[in-house]
Design a protein around this ligand. Structure first.
Ligand code: TXE
Length: 485
């Protein structure tokens, strides 16, 4: 008997409601290539319903004492922790990532996002001071209003909650538009928000496509705030559409990050971490180090070592605990990534390993969007494969001889999101990290996220920073009040 597919509905005023149009589309399970849920194909009419709920809720939520807001955010975090395995299985099924990655990274980080900002709003102090001869000035930090939170498909719950938590902690209300490829954990979050006692209308979810629901949010004249994570091309469209309305926008976009390995590095640690920074989440992390530069004395050894380690990675059923790589998020994305492997061959590259579907997949996964971890050598930094974001399990390796040369390669990019540097030389660590044009630089590590610090990209990797007080500055308006004596 055919299993009844889940039908996801929008979440407005703490209730699930069907799209006004009654139209749905299917979302697919990447590992099997089969539909697993119906998603609302929301339109501006649904965004209007969500806005009515969010703007009404804003009147009260924006005046709710911070300690009460924090208590609800802490409860949300606890409820996510309590449903860790359920959320992890759902994220893995919906996005294609290994369940173990969802269980150890994605879902715990979603809970941390709420916990972090709950604490952050409890101890804020604002600027103030005497204005000689006049009186006294002080700063009032005010909520902004209804925020549009638009999130991508690579780390669905992790990145959506990175927006929701500070947004509502600061007293705003939100309309969320998760990616149409991965709506499941956002849908599950709705019941957590309600159970935690979040008042109706504070967080609303409108599911659907970028052009259907996303664009309506961006163009809505009474939504003053947009936080977006996604591709650079889409980011440019959103900025173009929102500029005439002078909306506050925070854009976390694509990356093509350098991973610089000097000959004096801790070789085993650099190699082990490079396997993760190259292929974790099937390479579908904007922070992955897809351009690997290795100092010539250890270049051959490093290439061989990384190829050997890549070949040991288990590609397959994301529901199995020992799977290292699951499936890419969609058929179209798989075709895009494989297209870059074909391009690499045309550009003169050598495919050292991978570049194709795994052979021995179980029959139920034969239509899944799997791709073996792929390592390419022999290209030059001017090649498209070394300049364009691929967003899959595909890395290039290139030798260098001097510090100046490799910093030049790393910075010769339209992107500037992150960079890893491997060297045991302290002065070189500071010199090279200081010269890199990227929003985050890791030295002898990767993906160590410090929620207190600014996070975001330079150049076409984004606009603005979120994290710590930078999130509070984005999700509030500052007003200076001057009182005469
Ligand atoms: O992202 P999109 P996609 C990169 C990666 C990927 C490329 C495109 O290279 O191949 O971006 O991925 C919504 N107005 N990253 O297509 O299109 C859309 O529905 C308003 C890097 O998934 O940017 C989704 O919810 N909203 C990135 C969200 O925007 C619109 C992570 C992201 O979709 C819209 C993901 C519009 N006109 C992809 N068009 C990272 N930095 O981590 C789309 N959307």
């Amino acid at each position: 008997m055919l299993k009844q597919m889940l039908t996801i509905n929008n979440f407005i005023n703490n209730e699930h409601v069907p799209p006004v149009s009654g139209q749905y589309f299917d979302t697919y399970e990447p590992a099997k290539g089969t539909p697993h849920a119906h998603i609302p194909d929301s339109t501006p009419a649904d965004v209007d319903l969500a806005f009515a709920a969010a703007s009404t809720a804003f009147q009260t939520w924006s005046k709710t004492p911070r300690a009460q807001r924090a208590a609800i955010l802490y409860r949300i975090a606890d409820l996510i922790d309590a449903r860790l395995d359920e959320f992890a299985r759902a994220e893995s099924k919906d996005q294609g990532k290994p369940v173990e990655l969802a269980r150890t990274v994605d879902i715990p980080r979603a809970a941390s996002n709420f916990r972090f900002f709950a604490g952050r709003i409890l101890h804020g102090v604002e600027e103030s001071g005497d204005l000689a001869g006049v009186g006294f000035s002080y700063v009032q930090r005010m909520p902004v209003g209804v925020a549009a939170l638009i999130s991508p498909w690579n780390l669905p719950l992790y990145l959506l909650t990175w927006k929701i938590a500070p947004c509502i902690a600061c007293g705003n209300t939100a309309i969320c538009k998760p990616s149409e490829f991965t709506s499941l954990t956002a849908y599950m979050l709705c019941s957590v928000l309600k159970e935690a006692g979040l008042p109706a209308g504070v967080v609303n979810m409108v599911f659907g496509t970028g052009l259907g629901a996303g664009q309506a949010l961006v163009e809505h004249p009474k939504i003053p705030l947009i936080s977006f994570t996604g591709g650079t091309v889409t980011g440019a469209k959103i900025l173009t559409a929102s500029a005439p309305l002078f909306k506050k926008t925070s854009m976390e976009l694509g990356g093509k990050n350098a991973n610089i390995v000097f000959a004096d590095c801790d070789f085993e640690q650099a190699l082990r971490t490079t396997v993760r920074s190259s292929f974790a989440n099937q390479g579908e992390i904007c922070l992955c180090g897809s351009r690997i530069f290795v100092e010539r004395p250890i270049y051959e050894r490093f290439v061989r070592g990384l190829v050997d380690e890549a070949r040991k990675l288990k590609v397959g059923d994301p529901a199995l605990k020992d799977t290292n790589l699951g499936a890419l998020v969609s058929k179209e994305h798989w075709q895009k990534v494989v297209g870059y492997v074909d391009l690499a061959k045309k550009e003169g590259g050598t495919i050292e390993c991978g570049g194709k579907r795994p052979e021995a997949l179980q029959p139920e996964f034969e239509n899944g969007y799997f791709l073996e971890p792929t390592i390419i050598t022999g290209l030059t930094p001017q090649c498209r494969v070394m300049r364009e974001e691929i967003f899959g399990p595909v890395v290039t390796i290139y030798p260098f001889d001097t510090e100046e040369e490799v910093v030049g390669y790393a910075n010769d990019s339209n992107y500037g999101l992150s960079c890893s540097i491997w060297t045991e030389n302290g002065r070189r660590q500071r010199r090279v990290a200081g010269a890199i044009q990227a929003g985050t630089v890791w030295v002898n590590t990767w993906m160590a996220r410090d929620l207190r610090m600014p996070f975001g990209g330079m150049k076409q990797s984004g606009l603005g920073r979120e994290g710590g007080n930078h999130s509070l500055d984005f999700y509030t308006e500052l007003k200076t009040i001057c009182l005469a004596d």
